[in-house]
Design a protein around this ligand. Structure first.
Ligand code: 3PG
Length: 306
């Protein structure tokens, strides 16, 4: 069996060493393609692979066509909007993710962005504090829980909206449940997005929600750029000079921000949420173990396609 790790954005080398160990200890061959510049390189590398491990790399039907021996694809991470699930099913390929493994890293980035912004980029200007401020978690999965945890440490008042999570779970994580999304945006000066990107969430955060946020509103997006309606975001920026947007994903309209809204936004250069050694090790090793487990026992616990 050959296990290919194909990542345009490389894992830390310590993570690669540990992934390799898991694969080789199972008696399989390890193969690595990282930092590639063209998806056609994945097509070539996947030809004789039985398993493929990726990060945000797109797994298209072209790649699945090329990987004639592929049986399993694991997205080392949470969001699997980069996998063509229908095509995986059509190619008889099991698709999995590794939920929760990089969540703390993403949650810490939320605060790294917020703290830099509210202290005015450490320029010497007067900023403001987090204690007693309201934070709204739009989505309360693994990352949302860690964000709630950190928010508690800062003495913030925490509210969460997630139709799939019970009040009890939110309460156990120091958060009050909000069942009406408008209410969340109305109440919270800080909103942190933790919803997946899919057909339902696409462009679901726009003007009608953002206009409800209180003065000195800060919207943090460590989820996906596609959940934002950028026209609505630009409209709110035009109308509300107090509004800030901090994102781990550059918006398509980045140029407008650069021209008109200096100091009111932060966009990371590359998706940075999961870029810690710990997250790379956790997600990468989990992915390798899931591949091995699938081949040895048929375990499909983290399967995401039908
Ligand atoms: C995820 O969905 O797990 C995160 O967005 C991390 O993505 P990355 O592995 O491409 O950094």
């Amino acid at each position: 069996m050959k296990v290919l790790v194909a990542t345009e954005k490389p894992f830390a080398s310590i993570a690669i060493r540990q992934i390799r160990q898991v694969v080789e200890a199972a008696g399989y061959e390890f193969s690595l393609l990282e930092n590639y510049s063209d998806p056609s390189q994945v097509n070539a590398a996947v030809e004789d692979a039985d398993a493929l491990i990726v990060r945000s790399d797109k797994v298209t039907s072209m790649i699945l066509d090329a990987g004639k021996k592929l049986k399993v694809v694991v997205r080392a991470g949470a969001g699997y909007d980069n996998l063509d699930l229908e095509s995986c099913t059509a190619h008889n390929v099991v698709a999995m993710n590794t939920p929760g493994q990089n969540s703390n890293a993403v949650a810490e980035l939320v605060f790294e962005l917020i703290l830099f912004q509210i202290r005015c980029g450490f320029t010497g200007k007067t900023g403001f504090e987090l204690r007693t401020k309201t934070i709204g978690l739009h989505g309360f999965g693994n990352v949302g829980k860690y964000v709630a945890d950190i928010s508690k440490g800062f003495g913030m008042d925490i509210y969460s909206y997630d139709p799939f999570v019970s009040e009890r779970i939110m309460k156990n994580n120091s958060s009050k449940q909000i069942t009406n999304l408008d209410e969340l945006y109305k109440k919270c000066q800080f909103i942190s997005l933790h919803l997946p990107f899919n057909d339902i969430t696409k462009k679901s955060v726009g003007y009608d929600l953002l206009r409800l946020m209180p003065q000195n509103a800060v919207l943090v997006n460590t989820a996906r750029k596609e959940v934002i309606d950028e026209d609505g975001l630009l409209r709110i920026f035009e109308e509300r000079p107090d509004f800030c947007y901090l994102a781990d994903v550059e918006p398509d309209c980045k140029k407008v921000f650069e021209e008109k809204y200096k100091g009111r936004y932060i966009f990371t250069a590359k998706k940075m949420g999961a870029q810690t050694e710990e997250a790379n090790i956790n997600a990468g090793v989990a992915a390798a173990r899931q591949v091995v487990d699938y081949f040895k026992t048929g375990n499909e616990k983290f399967r995401v396609n039908k």
